[in-house]
Write a protein that binds this ligand. Structure first.
Ligand code: ADP
Ligand code: MG
Length: 238
């Protein structure tokens, strides 16, 4: 069974067709990166998978179940954006545990889950701090931790590193790769950064104006680009 499947997924805004019809299957445990220039429809595609945007037509299946009619909270996904909206009045521990707490999870279980996520992301020394007392990189690690705590079937990342400086971006990228190995989770990761795509992905989906230009491993795309767009995009330095 596919972790995610989209079938002939279309999205128009008014008369503008942003996604003309996309088909894709992502396998369990896969790190799948959507890459393409700004405005090509990456976020729109991800937001439809998350349930934040309604498709014009087509189907979305998560773990074999059609989720078109399910609200985001019922889709067993966790999404991390580039603007990590943490609750300023809560500590790091409070932010990490909030979703579980709201779901009525017993306190001991919440604490254990928070501890586990904090240890995976080296956040233990920061658990009692508030977001204002953290660096940008630390805040983004908390946002990633918040996704982990919920143990979703599917992680969705929308350019999660683009607000970080280059050094931090590199470091967080390595952490994400390690997390993916440790969790064995399915991850869909959107970026316009070729280096991120090449280093993180099991498989890359190259988007061009809402269309899938090519799907393949980093090496396949690099060695055998399907067309000039892919060759130019994957080959050019970022
Ligand atoms: P990307 O994430 O690849 O930069 P987006 O998915 O954000 O691209 O946007 C794809 C296209 O859809 C862009 O042309 C954008 O202007 C348009 N678009 C996105 N959201 C909306 C919206 N809510 N209303 C109208 N147009 C939108
Ligand atoms: Mg975007």
């Amino acid at each position: 069974m596919h972790a995610l499947e989209i079938r002939n997924l279309r999205k128009t805004f008014g008369s503008v067709e942003v996604i003309p019809g996309a088909d894709l299957a992502v396998e369990p445990g896969e790190f799948c990166v959507f890459v393409g220039p700004s405005g090509c429809g990456k976020s729109t595609l991800l937001r439809m998978i998350a349930g934040l945007e309604e498709p014009t037509s087509g189907d979305i299946l998560i773990g074999g179940q059609r989720v078109n009619d399910l609200p985001p909270a019922k889709r067993e996904i966790a999404m991390v954006f580039q603007s990590y909206a943490l609750y300023p009045h809560l500590t790091v521990a409070g932010n990490l545990g909030l979703a579980l707490k709201q779901a009525g999870t017993p306190r001991a279980e919440v604490e254990a889950a928070v501890k586990r996520a904090a240890s995976m992301l080296a956040l233990e020394p920061l658990l009692q701090r508030r977001p204002a007392e953290l660096s940008g990189g630390q805040r983004q690690r908390v946002a990633i931790g918040r996704a982990i705590v919920r143990r979703p079937k599917l992680f969705l990342f929308d350019e999660p590193l683009s607000n970080l400086d280059a050094a931090l971006r590199g470091q967080t990228r390595i952490e994400l790769a390690r997390l993916h190995r440790e969790l064995g989770a399915t991850m869909i990761y959107v970026t316009h950064d070729q280096v991120e795509a090449m280093t993180l992905a099991d498989r890359i989906v190259v988007l061009n104006a809402g269309r899938i230009a090519q799907i393949g491993s980093p090496m396949e795309l690099y060695n055998r680009p399907a067309n000039r767009f892919v060759a130019g995009f994957i080959g050019s330095p970022s």
